[in-house]
Design a protein. Sequence first.
Length: 446
Amino acid sequence: MRKIKRTAALVLSVIIIAGMFAACSDNGNVTTPPAANSNTPPTSNTMSANGEENGSESGARAYDPEEAVAPYLNNLPEMTEADRNRVVQLGFRDCDHMVAAIIGQDTGLYVALGLNVEITKTDQVSAALASGHFDAAYEGTGAVNAFNNGAEFITLVGSHLGGARYFVVRDQIESLDQIESLTVTDRSMVNPEWLRFSSELGINSDYSAYEGASMAQADSMVALRARQIDGIFVCDPYASIAELDGFGKIINVAWGSLSEELGIGWGLCCTVYFNQEFVDSHPALAARMVLAHVLATQYMYLHPYSAGLMFAETFGTTPDVGLRTMYLKTNAEGRTMNWEITPQNWRNRDRYNEHWGIPEEERVMVRRGEIEDFFDLSILESLGLGSFDDFLVNSGVSETFPEGMSYPDWLHMAEIIDGIDHSSMVGKTVDKWMNNEVITVLPLNS
């Protein structure tokens, strides 16, 4: 059974840093979708594309978390009695960039590593991490503001690179000149996401040209559904929910890179931060949490269908949306879910901000010491995991799910891998998706 706490706010002894990046916010709504996965979903540590073409159960392989962790156990520090008695507090937001937190639990990886993990979903992740309430947390780059102000936490492993987010307009918008209201404010003028959207679409970048409003992602989706606003900027599941339910459509995607080639020059988006005191006092637990995160990330690529169901269940949406999210984040947008990270990703992000004319004083950047002071990758390097690229090749992911695969082909293979009958209509009811379209191109004028 899941142990996930959801809270709209935490009573903390720290001041929430002004201007902190809030990629996602808690919608407080969790439902269990039909055909949800069990604690031992049909997945494996390697894959085969040779399942029966009708997607029968003979194409599926059982996932064994004990088998998954076994190659790395000798590389882990021994746990102390205090480690065994410790309940690790893990935080995350309602954003697709952070789904590994849930996969670690639903696959049984935490248990297989001897971990007792309590997961909290909240929109106050950075503050909770800075206060020591969380031992580890999935969070966006805005967490560095707390670090700059003296909070003692460190980056041990990556989670999401590139930073793809979506410009979604209501379904009645047929041309860009019809957009009159957006989730833009004066702060949007120092936000490279908005500046990129407006530049690429050829629309006015001045926020005052629109009826602007500042909203949390979940609230903005409600406003879009109610036709109270013309456009919003969100990550998934919100963009895919809008398209599945027919009240919105993606018209652009913002990337955290200046390169046209996916995977090149990506900036850091979201990562897993660890409280420094926790790392110092419980190195064996920290190492196991890093390993669990990496194996959970691998799981998304090995069996994205099952991972999509996990995402859907926790984020209170449908399996269709969960599958679409997994496709976007692991294939269509490149291999964005990636445990590898370096200080260079921060430098790439800073160059991206510089390109869009963001003044240095307005940028989210490491200002305490050097960028390297925000990282300690020694634990990750000690686990003997090999490179992310080697994993993609050696596991068969590159062959079975080649980058740039069409959505229908990807879904077909995902069904085979997890033993789902191809007659299932889950994930297949949106014409745009089945036509392999991500962006709906709108004319500038009516």
